[in-house]
Design a protein around this ligand. Structure first.
Ligand SMILES: Nc1ncnc2c1ncn2[C@@H]1O[C@H](COP(=O)(O)OP(=O)(O)O)[C@@H](O)[C@H]1O
Ligand SMILES: [Mg+2]
Length: 308
């Protein structure tokens, strides 16, 4: 069974595709059969990061039944062991992405067989985006040290947390509990994830425990990207602590990635960064993040976030 990592974070331009692509390359170089999937349908560009200029096939060939299986959309890449499903679509395809297509896609991704599958998640906090993120066994958030990026990542985490609560309530048929919480405490309280769990626990401690246990299976990771010399290097750890304090979930810091203009050069040359500049600080940081994440996840049995 594949281990799925999702790379998301709410804000565009923070480096999600850069990190997904380069982590994929590092895993492939370690000998792991690795598949990158670009699920940023509005702005798919993961192919460029790994040096493919024009993908011959994409996910839309599967969604629109031009290809019968998701497997058939897989492209090989110039890097041995590394494969790609491109998300490049025309506008008509994007407009037509229905709920059924999303479910079909999620089911078929879960059936693929690789050592690692990395999902490059788009910006925003729409239900679809959160659901692609939550199919993973390990969710990696990317933020820069800028407050706007941190705000967006926090918003994304709250939305994912909410989605999980609603999923658990639905899976255990606790819907009346949710209705009661809303009736007694008002919508404002219940739409506040920091206190929602407390409200549920007060109303029904036994069911509250079940929800809390399920929330504890959320084990998110954080990478701080584009860190400049003048930035506080401990921001990432601090963000994780604050999130753990406010929400009942685990949040591990994976590492800092230094800002480096060579990243821009590699994107402009359409060549993979870790291959082009393997001895830069940022390439070493990427290797360190990959190693840290592998060791944190080593003993983890595969449990996808949206299974209650
Ligand atoms: N560590 C970094 N140092 C310098 N520039 C970076 C770094 N990471 C990303 N970038 C720049 O940010 C741009 C946006 O990155 P990208 O991965 O496309 O973001 P996202 O997928 O989150 O929208 C890239 O084109 C690159 O130039
Ligand atoms: Mg991107």
């Amino acid at each position: 069974m594949s281990q799925i990592w999702s790379i998301g974070g709410g804000k565009g331009g923070t480096g999600k595709s850069f990190i997904a692509g380069n982590l994929g390359i590092l895993l492939a170089k370690e000998g792991y059969k690795t598949l990158l999937i670009d699920v940023d349908f509005g702005a798919a560009n993961l192919h460029t990061i790994i040096g493919i200029s024009k993908p011959e096939r994409s996910i839309s060939d599967f969604l629109n039944r031009r290809l019968a299986t998701l497997d058939e959309t897989v492209l090989s890449t110039p890097i041995p062991n590394l494969y790609l499903i491109s998300g490049a679509m025309n506008n008509l395809d994007i407009a037509n992405l229905t709920h059924q297509q999303k479910i079909k896609l999620l089911r078929n991704i879960a059936r693929l067989s690789y050592d690692y599958i990395l999902l490059d998640i788009g910006a925003g906090t729409s239900f679809n985006t959160i659901d692609y993120f939550m199919i993973a066994d390990s969710g990696i958030f990317v933020t820069t040290p800028e407050p706007t990026s941190i705000e967006n990542v926090y918003r994304f985490i709250r939305s994912a947390y909410f989605r999980k609560i609603h999923h658990v309530l639905k899976a255990h048929d606790f819907r009346t509990l949710a209705d009661e919480a809303e009736r007694q405490n008002g919508n404002a309280t219940v739409s506040n994830p920091e206190i929602l769990l407390h409200v549920i626990k007060e109303l029904d401690p036994e069911k509250g425990d079940i929800v809390e246990k399920a929330l504890r299976t959320l084990d998110f990771k954080l990478i701080l990207n584009q860190v400049r010399k003048q930035d506080n290097p401990n921001i990432g750890e601090l963000i994780c602590k604050i999130i753990e304090r406010h929400l009942a979930l685990k949040m591990s810091f994976i590492g800092n990635l230094s800002f480096d203009d060579h990243v821009h050069n590699s994107v402009c040359k359409k060549l993979p960064f870790v291959d082009l500049y393997p001895y830069t600080r940022t390439a070493l940081d990427l290797r360190e993040c990959c190693k840290n994440h592998l060791s944190i996840n080593k003993d983890k049995t595969s449990v996808q976030y949206l299974t209650a």
